[in-house]
Design a protein around this ligand. Structure first.
Ligand code: ATP
Ligand code: MG
Ligand code: MG
Length: 555
């Protein structure tokens, strides 16, 4: 079922090539530079660039920058960086819709001259009212039958800046009785007195989406224009523009389901609101569904591509469970992340029968389950080690295989230890230190090396521990479907207050002093961690939790 869905655009392209309708496939990815790219865009990038690659064609990267008020060069630069990071290359095919403003203007003049477009002087509310409803045909605007000369004159004067915003719009002349509202004289141009980040103040009229998008596709010779399902109704309008304007190419639009993920939002407007409201630390906050955030969290482009491939290209909208994405991330990091020991919330464990001042070193492989892969490092061991506070309890429940008074556990790569006593804070009663003995015969190569105990704990020698900051990232929302919160309701109410927990004094093994920004590790028993590429300093790493080892949210 999935492979059929995955192939519907592939099948169309194959047939077009076989039947000679096209000799070369040209697709495009057309982001509006009004925000950072998110995982939904990754889906569109993988689809468009992936299909071009598969069929030996090309994919254009086009900045769909026809709306001056929201666009910025910062976004243009980050979009390019993100597409490259995902592993795709547009070669010399980088385009800007704003470069077509002059040609688009000429196309509008052409439509006016053909009697297929007109300048309307109704205001927005009137236009909406005249358009009618699905059950009731629209009424013609009193300006619909202006002469071609008058339309040309007004359009030129709109361009010259003679009118206020909203005074006039240019509309295509469609069918006021069409069941498709988009075909009821949809607007093509509006007056907007705004500075454009590329064209400056050259223009005070700007083309609207359907007109600009379809004709930009035609200008570039796009063969298959792939967009998301909401644009289903726009297809007739898309076709109308490319049929009624004299353009050399005849692109066609195909729609596929947009990607939605649980526990996050993907609307750029909402993501911008989170950034502006300081609810996250920026577009690249590791909790964001943006590619910049994912990169910083330690999610690799390989796992994003694998995820996009796995979910396929569907024809009906659905929301993918984030667990599916997380399992792609784990599968990828499992291959690349060396295993190390880090104690996030340390408590001291003292070995009463271990000589003071003695230090041993244990050789530990980075990939214990794959001999020969990744090498090993030496881990110092001494009389005092840190273990995880959570790995000790005074009052063990059933099936507790970790440490408790009188219990035995193995310290990974080292010895079996037995808990003899605890030290408590006299004021609070809180356990501040665990007192144990160790059995020297249980180290590797010794007589009791093979002795079985139920629990194995990670640890770090106290004297050798490197202190590090660890950032435990979790889902941005507690609410499974924050995207479904109705307009006017507070979608931010579902934010997860514990989406970031920062630990300052984690004790990590000393080999991590050499960790560099951008490296992946598995902290044994904890999860996959990534050295923050921005905040980590030499000798003072900052670790971002990319994902826990298994789905701790599982029901
Ligand atoms: P928003 O509605 O949040 O502003 P957008 O879809 O308008 O997002 P664009 O920059 O215009 O954002 O999107 C560029 C391309 O990425 C479009 O072709 C769009 O169809 C595609 N795209 C955007 N979001 C998704 C998604 N969630 N799943 C798949 N494709 C997407
Ligand atoms: Mg948009
Ligand atoms: Mg858009």
């Amino acid at each position: 079922e999935e492979s059929a869905a995955q192939n519907f655009i592939r099948a169309i392209i194959s047939e077009d090539l076989e039947k000679g309708r096209h000799t070369k496939v040209v697709t495009r990815f057309p982001p509006e530079p009004n925000g950072y790219l998110h995982i939904g865009h990754a889906k569109a990038i993988c689809t468009n660039f992936g299909l071009a690659r598969e069929f030996g064609g090309v994919c254009h990267l086009r900045m769909d920058d026809t709306n001056p008020t929201t666009e910025d060069v910062e976004y243009v630069e980050n979009i390019q960086r993100d597409v490259r990071w995902l592993g795709f290359d547009w070669g010399d095919k980088l385009f800007y819709a704003s470069d077509y403003f002059e040609r688009l203007y000429a196309f509008a003049v052409e439509l006016i001259k053909k009697g297929k477009a007109y300048v309307d002087s109704l205001n927005e509310a009137e236009i909406r009212e005249y358009r009618g409803t699905v059950n009731e045909p629209g009424k013609p605007s009193p300006y619909r039958d202006r002469s071609i000369e008058e339309n040309l004159d007004l359009f030129e004067r709109m361009r010259k800046g003679e009118f206020a915003e909203g005074a006039h719009v240019v509309r295509m002349k469609g069918d006021l009785a069409s069941p498709n509202m988009k075909m009821r004289d949809w607007p093509m141009y509006r007056i907007k007195r705004a500075h454009h980040y590329r064209t400056g103040d050259t223009w005070c009229i700007y083309p609207l989406y359907d007109f600009a998008h379809s004709l930009s596709d035609a200008i570039e010779g796009i063969t298959h224009s792939i967009c998301t399902l909401e644009f289903d109704n726009n297809r007739a309008l898309y076709d109308w523009f490319v049929e009624n304007v004299d353009v050399p190419a005849r692109p066609r639009q195909y729609e596929f389901a947009r990607l939605n993920l649980t526990y996050t939002v993907m609307s750029k407007r909402k993501l911008l609101e989170l950034v502006k409201g300081n609810l996250v630390r920026g577009w690249d906050d590791p909790r964001m569904p943006t590619l910049a955030g994912m990169r910083r969290r330690g999610i690799t482009p390989d796992s994003l591509r694998a995820f996009c491939e796995e979910i396929g290209v569907a024809k009906t909208n659905s929301t993918v469970e984030v667990e599916k994405f997380e399992s792609c991330i784990r599968a990828d990091l499992d291959r690349r992340a060396g295993r190390v020991m880090a104690v996030l919330r340390p408590i001291k464990l003292v070995l009463e029968n271990y000589p003071e001042g003695k230090v041993e070193e244990f050789e530990a492989p980075l990939f214990p389950d794959e001999p020969g892969k990744g090498g090993s490092r030496k881990i110092p061991f001494s009389r005092e080690v840190y273990i995880e506070r959570d790995d000790f309890t005074l009052d063990p429940p059933d099936k507790w295989f970790r440490l408790a008074p009188g219990r035995e556990v193995r310290l990974r790569y080292a010895y079996i230890v037995t808990c003899k006593d605890v030290v408590r804070d006299p004021a609070t009663g809180e356990v501040t230190e665990i007192r144990c003995t160790y059995d020297p015969e249980t180290r590797e190569g010794a007589a009791q090396a093979g002795k079985k105990v139920k629990g194995t704990l990670h640890w770090v020698s106290a004297a050798h521990a490197l202190r590090a900051e660890v950032r435990l990232y979790d889902r941005l929302f507690r609410d499974e479907r924050p995207d479904l919160v109705e307009e006017g309701q507070d979608w931010k109410a579902g934010l997860n207050p514990d989406s970031l927990v920062t630990i300052q004094g984690a004790a990590v093994e000393p080999s991590l002093a050499a960790a560099e920004g951008g490296q992946h590790f598995q902290f044994e028993r904890q999860g996959f961690f990534f050295v923050d590429p921005i905040d980590a300093k030499p000798g003072a790493p900052v670790f971002n939790r990319t994902v826990s080892l298994k789905d701790s949210w599982a029901k």
